[in-house]
Design a protein around this ligand. Structure first.
Ligand code: SAH
Length: 346
């Protein structure tokens, strides 16, 4: 454990251990945790900590991140640029629901990404480092602060920002433990979705660590191994069959469908063999295929689908009896849509 940890990233048992280590005593951990996460107070503002507040403040790290800038889009979403203490930047996107007061936050887990998916802007950056659990939780705190006084509330998290969440497994796991803990301001069961390229050993770990409390989204993108491997270097050593087996072996929230994401790349992954394979993959899985029209970015070698091509994809899935949803791009006007997150300052 670091000497001066960012408290926001410590799950309750680790917080207790740390308090013990600085001579405060672990019995204060729930109170401190509540103050930090449920009431979002600074340590010196938390009631009943008394003289311990000074000891805690002297030993802890400072704020893990600040909001450097905000970029609202005409569709209602807002891209938030976070500045980390070492000068690195990552992004989060606030996505208000239409028709009610609920908001989803799209969270980042790494500075850059090592997965190098062919169609993703973040992938062109390479990986600088994993975020710490405090930097992940810090995005959620910052988002809640942004929403304060707007009449809207943060009810859902999707780990679909910069980075591959299961590649940054330990910080993501610790952040999830904090964000799901009933002593804080926990997200309801199934309201947290982790999106992954499908690292199978890590999927197994996620299943062991969280049972069915986490919702999964799998970046599928193709129905044949050949196309999938061409698009996702991370799939080179994992076949669709192995991925499917790993998913089926996982405890999942029973009543909610697994999300299978397919970035629609016209002429690349929209042939019959792909749709057949996707239908086979989804069969018997309680899954919904999310078709995401490719969002272009400077230098990308793909083009976005036309409305006709999107319509055809939808029909191809429907004909095969596959539940699906077309995710019309949001945030595109501010480069805050899927795969466009590169933490540029404009
Ligand atoms: N690494 C994780 C989460 C980040 S990406 C994952 O791969 O799932 C979130 C989603 O956006 C993924 O399904 C990803 O494949 C998709 N995506 C990436 N680049 C995109 C682009 N240019 N257009 C549309 N979707 C994209």
């Amino acid at each position: 454990m670091p000497d001066a940890p960012d408290l926001l990233g410590l799950p309750l048992p680790a917080l207790g251990e740390w308090l013990e280590g600085i001579g405060v005593g672990r019995k204060h951990a729930p109170r401190l945790f509540r103050g930090l996460h449920r009431d979002r107070l600074a340590v010196h503002e938390i009631p009943d900590l008394g003289r311990h507040a000074a000891t805690i403040t002297a030993h802890m790290g400072s704020e893990p991140l600040t909001v450097a800038s905000r970029h609202p889009s005409p569709d209602g979403s807002t891209r938030l640029l976070f500045a980390l203490r070492d000068g690195a930047r990552v992004e989060g996107v606030l996505l208000p629901n239409k028709g009610n007061d609920r908001v989803t936050l799209c969270v980042s887990t790494q500075v850059g990404c090592a997965m190098a998916c062919a169609f993703c802007a973040t992938g062109t950056l390479g990986l600088a480092r994993d975020l710490s659990s405090a930097e992940i939780v810090g995005q959620v705190h910052a988002a809640r602060a942004e929403l304060q006084g707007t009449g809207r509330r943060l009810t859902r998290l999707v780990f679909m920002g910069m980075g591959e969440p299961l590649h940054a497994y330990v910080p993501v796991r610790d952040a999830l433990k904090v964000l799901l803990d009933g002593h804080g301001e926990p997200f309801a069961a199934r309201s947290v979705t982790v999106s992954t390229v499908g690292l199978v050993d890590r999927l197994r770990r996620l299943g062991e660590d969280f049972g069915g409390r986490i919702q999964l989204a799998i970046s599928l993108h193709a129905g044949t191994d050949e196309t999938r491997r061409r698009l996702l270097p991370a799939a080179r050593h994992t076949s669709l069959e192995q991925l499917r087996d790993a998913i089926l072996a996982m405890p999942r929230p029973g009543d909610r469908a697994l999300m299978l994401e397919v970035v629609l790349l016209p002429g690349v992954n929209d042939g019959d063999a792909e749709w057949d394979g996707i239908a086979r993959f989804a069969d018997g899985m309680n899954a919904v295929v999310n078709v995401i029209p490719f969002n272009p970015f400077p230098g990308s070698s793909f083009r976005p689908p036309t409305d006709d091509e999107i319509e055809r994809a939808w029909r191809a899935l429907r004909e095969r009896g596959v539940a699906n949803k077309v995710r019309w791009p949001r945030g595109r006007a501010v480069d805050g849509a899927c795969g466009q997150l590169v933490a540029g300052s404009v």
